[in-house]
Design a protein around this ligand. Structure first.
Ligand code: SF4
Length: 400
């Protein structure tokens, strides 16, 4: 309950949104560095990496929530975004061996592995045609047979019967493998997939960029430099993408700030990231199960600091299938303005890792209620954050 009392405090800052002097006095701590950070943020000046680290180490949850709530309000007012989407996970067979992964199965150990046929994949997409969704999100294990020509054909086939379905597909990890095996540059690979129907790319596979940690948790997949180069190439070709950070395992606050710093630097150059998504490490059924999951306090601090730090990424997302819907709802008061989508029980990645959401699916009505009951406006968006419908302007009868 303690954390819910903090929400009252953070929501008080809404009163001061247009009265920055009042907000600044509310945020005065007597700690000169924190006071200076609040002053800079209120004056829309960029905070540096040392200041981000200082917040991780010294700022209270209430202070962070207030400042993050202020920043979130400056970006989006009371709006919280969601979309209507479904996931396609064609296989969990994977050539890589990430220690935190609960989802993948190796090609040697086939129990619990699945590999959809091409027709099964296409029929799954077709089954959503009349379900009023706007986006397909495709990710999965890295499978040698599901290669560049395979997905060029798949995207073309999707677009031939559903031209306006937005295809958001594959992490940089999948692209690095796919393009390497096809012996094409990142640019050529993306040009071919864009021509086939690719619309945007999700943000997975980033994990923690710092080599000290990356070597220990996912040594054999794409490097930080490759992940960043792939997103940079995508952005330069006009694709938008998201960015993630897997936190709460063996990394420390310095590694989190280093990770966010590389993303902020790239965003300064390209402007292509729509959204940053902190992903909480879940510890069931993987090789890091001995590591306890981090606390809710650490979750809210991480999201709030992300909102304060990223002055150039418009959206911070709480991915509810990973966090659970109650934690996602709580984070709306700590800088979050997006909770992803309806999902329709089409992803297993976090249910296999022990998430509270074993069959993640929310109707539009449930998402709207979740957002509105927290005091925000529910806004349905498309995949590129164009507004489709603001539910606060509608009668409930429009909610389906
Ligand atoms: S996290 Fe992705 S790349 Fe790593 S083992 Fe799991 S499915 Fe494969």
């Amino acid at each position: 309950m303690l954390i819910y009392n903090f929400i009252n405090f953070t929501q008080k800052t809404t009163i001061f949104m247009n009265h920055s002097e009042s907000l600044q006095s509310l945020l005065e701590t007597g700690d000169i560095r924190l006071d200076r950070i609040a002053e800079k943020v209120i004056e829309q000046k960029r905070i540096d990496d040392d200041e981000a680290l200082y917040m991780f180490e010294h700022a209270s949850v209430a202070w962070l929530g207030s400042l993050a709530n202020f920043v979130k309000h400056r970006w989006h007012g009371k709006k919280v975004f969601f979309n209507r989407n479904f996931h396609l996970e064609p296989t969990n067979l994977c050539v890589f061996d990430c220690k935190f992964c609960s989802y993948s199965r190796s090609f040697k150990e086939r129990p619990e592995a699945w590999e959809m046929t091409y027709d099964e994949m296409l029929n799954t997409v077709k089954s959503f045609k009349d379900k009023n969704v706007t986006e397909i999100h495709i990710v999965g294990g890295v499978h040698p047979k599901m290669n560049l020509p395979f997905y060029e054909k798949f995207f073309r086939d999707i677009k031939s019967f559903w031209p306006d379905l937005h295809i958001k597909a594959f992490t940089a990890v999948e692209y690095e493998y796919m393009f390497r095996k096809a012996k094409v540059s990142y640019e050529e690979g993306f040009r071919r997939l864009i021509d086939a129907g690719l619309d945007s790319i999700p943000g997975g596979g980033a994990e923690i960029f710092h080599p000290e940690i990356r070597q220990k948790i996912c040594a054999d997949k794409c490097t930080a430099e490759q992940w960043l180069a792939i997103h940079e190439t995508a952005h330069r070709l006009g694709l938008h993408s998201n960015a993630t950070m897997l936190y709460g395992h063996i990394e420390n606050f310095f590694h989190r700030v280093h990770h966010m710093s590389l993303l902020r630097n790239l965003q300064d150059q390209t402007g292509g990231f729509n959204c940053f998504i902190p992903l909480k490490f879940r510890n069931q059924n993987n090789e890091m199960s001995h590591i306890p999951e981090t606390t809710l306090i650490d979750d809210v601090k991480t999201y709030a600091i992300a909102r304060i730090y990223f002055d150039n990424i418009p959206h911070i997302k709480a991915y509810w299938p990973m966090l659970g819907r109650q934690s996602a709802q709580l984070l709306l008061s700590f800088g979050v303005d997006d909770i992803d989508g309806t999902i329709d029980d089409t992803t297993k990645i976090y249910s296999m890792a022990g998430s509270e959401e074993q069959h993640p699916a929310m109707s539009t009505t449930e998402i709207v209620q979740l957002i509105e009951s927290s005091g925000f406006e529910a806004v349905e968006r498309d995949s590129l954050y164009h507004e489709i419908l603001n539910y606060s302007h509608q009668n409930n009868e429009f909610v389906s």
